[in-house]
Ligand binder design. Structure first.
Ligand code: ZN
Ligand code: CU
Length: 485
């Protein structure tokens, strides 16, 4: 009997996410799954899309986000991601997760990147998982629990000044175990930041101990991405080796001018480590970073753009140097006056960014910060920028490789079963785009312009975004969890 599908996308150039060469064919979808790939001329469907000359890839997986709260405010909040072809996001990065924990006052930075005290309303990860079920969104969510969040709820303001005591470690470990049982996929740290920097390596190992039994992943914004970047990679490897778990280095970079070029060393180091234990890293395709504004970490000569400021919203989008001049102040005093605030800092070298991106061990993650008033353009542009600028325009790698770093490789590393690939039986997370025109349009001046060339996006078989008309309003996303069995 002839195959009957809900949807057939015909005559597409299929990039299946594995990195294998593209081929022309049809993809059939019924319900949430792909039911056929290849020549489906004998099959029919309720809805058919003729995709001649268009590329069809697995929906992109944003391996590094701070979308913890954005995934709970409806499909409209995900326009920045769906318009790039993203169908799954990884939340809870850099030690910052919206759960578990509640606060009676504004949480210390950088926790306020994901919400103020109103946002942190999930005392246990199970409540966060339940909220995702009740108010789903356009993308799937894969979650880590963050060490910074745990330290802040367990230790209060002491998280800023000291290592945890044994009874505090025991409570944090309990939270990690509970969260993993309730649907979290791993544990993240942000050892660079004040609420996390006083945690010793031993504290991290002790708190993260439940990862081993659960097969969870350890992801880290490392202690130092500048002078001591290699020592930080070694610390990360040590944590993974002691726990017996896979580790993931977040937004790998060599920060600050004196470290430009050192990605040659860091990549060689990670290759060597990867011979004895599993390690990988994500990268965003820009030479500027973004996080909370930290006056004590400012450096002369590096351009800083203010991405938000609670007391001075009128300064959003302006250069800190111009604000300081206008206020007749030095930049550090001006930064203090802007707090709490966010910043975009030009602290990397383009050659390093390209070398890291082109390395076979890397995957793509945006590190976009969705609640910033004037966000870093990576929030809206990351995936089309890799496809259109780095792959098509610069030829840094072929389109197959670009797609693999955003789909199949990510799903494999993170244990997202039946995702990140186009094959019969896989979930129908799909993006249809024009490979000749796809590119980002968001810039540091105008950071919220949607990309061009993304034509249609489906999550779990349901259309979430149509290039011509925008978000469909559908919310087929769900909590997905790591499984590498
Ligand atoms: Zn980070
Ligand atoms: Cu981050």
């Amino acid at each position: 009997m002839a195959l009957r599908c809900d949807l057939i996308i015909r005559d597409a150039t299929i990039l299946d996410g594995t990195g294998n060469p593209r081929f022309t064919g049809d993809v059939g979808v019924t319900g949430e799954r792909i039911v056929g790939v290849g020549d489906l001329s004998a099959a029919s469907a309720d809805k058919e899309v003729i995709a001649t000359g268009r590329a069809l890839a697995p929906g992109f997986i944003d391996s590094h986000t701070h979308d913890d709260r954005a995934v709970l405010c409806g499909p409209g909040c995900m326009t920045c991601k769906s318009s790039q072809g993203v169908t799954s996001v990884v939340v809870g990065n850099c030690g910052v997760s919206l759960s578990p924990g509640t606060f009676s006052k504004r949480p210390p930075p950088p926790l306020d990147l994901v919400g103020d005290q109103e946002g942190f309303r999930y005392g246990h990860f199970g409540e966060y998982a339940e909220a995702l079920r009740k108010t789903p969104t356009a993308v799937n969510t894969y979650a880590f629990v963050g060490h910074q969040t745990l330290r802040a709820i367990v230790m209060g303001d002491d998280c800023l000044t000291r290592a945890a005591k044994d009874h505090e470690i025991a409570r944090m470990r309990q939270y990690v175990a509970e969260s993993l049982a309730a649907g979290a996929s791993g544990f993240s740290t942000g050892l660079y930041y004040k609420p996390n920097m006083h945690a010793t390596t031993e504290e991290v190992i002790a708190v993260a101990e439940p990862l081993k039994a659960a097969g969870g992943l350890y992801a880290t914004h490392m202690r130092d991405e500048a002078d001591r970047v290699c020592a930080s990679i070694e610390e990360t490897a040590k944590i993974g080796a002691r726990l017996g778990v896979q580790v993931h280095v977040s937004h790998h970079k060599c920060s600050m001018p004196e470290n430009y070029g050192r990605s040659v060393q860091t990549l060689a180091l990670m290759e060597a480590i990867n011979r004895t234990q599993e390690i990988a890293f994500d990268v965003y395709p820009y030479p500027a970073g973004s996080t909370v504004l930290m006056p004590d970490r400012l450096r002369d000569g590096l351009r800083v753009i203010v991405s938000w400021s609670v007391p001075h919203p009128e300064m959003t989008g302006k250069d800190l140097a111009d604000i300081a001049r206008g206020w007749n102040m030095d930049p550090v005093s001006a930064a203090e006056k802007l707090l709490p605030a966010g910043a975009i800092t030009f602290q990397m070298e383009e050659d390093d960014v390209r070398r890291i991106m082109a390395h076979p061990m890397s995957i793509i993650g945006s590190d976009g910060i969705p609640h910033d008033v004037h966000p870093h353009p990576r929030l809206w542009g990351t995936f089309p920028r890799v496809l259109g600028y780095y792959s098509r325009h610069l030829g840094l790698f072929d389109l197959e490789t670009a797609v693999h770093k955003m789909t199949g490789r990510t799903a494999e590393l993170f244990g997202m079963v039946d995702r990140g690939v186009i094959r019969t039986g896989a979930f129908a997370d799909l993006v249809l785009f024009d490979p000749h025109t796809v590119v980002d349009r968001a810039t540091f001046d105008q950071p919220t312009i949607p990309s061009q060339g993304i034509e249609q996006v489906w999550t779990n078989g349901v259309a979430t975004y149509v290039g011509a008309t925008g978000m469909t309003g559908a919310a087929p996303g769900r909590l997905i969890r790591r499984n590498r069995g």
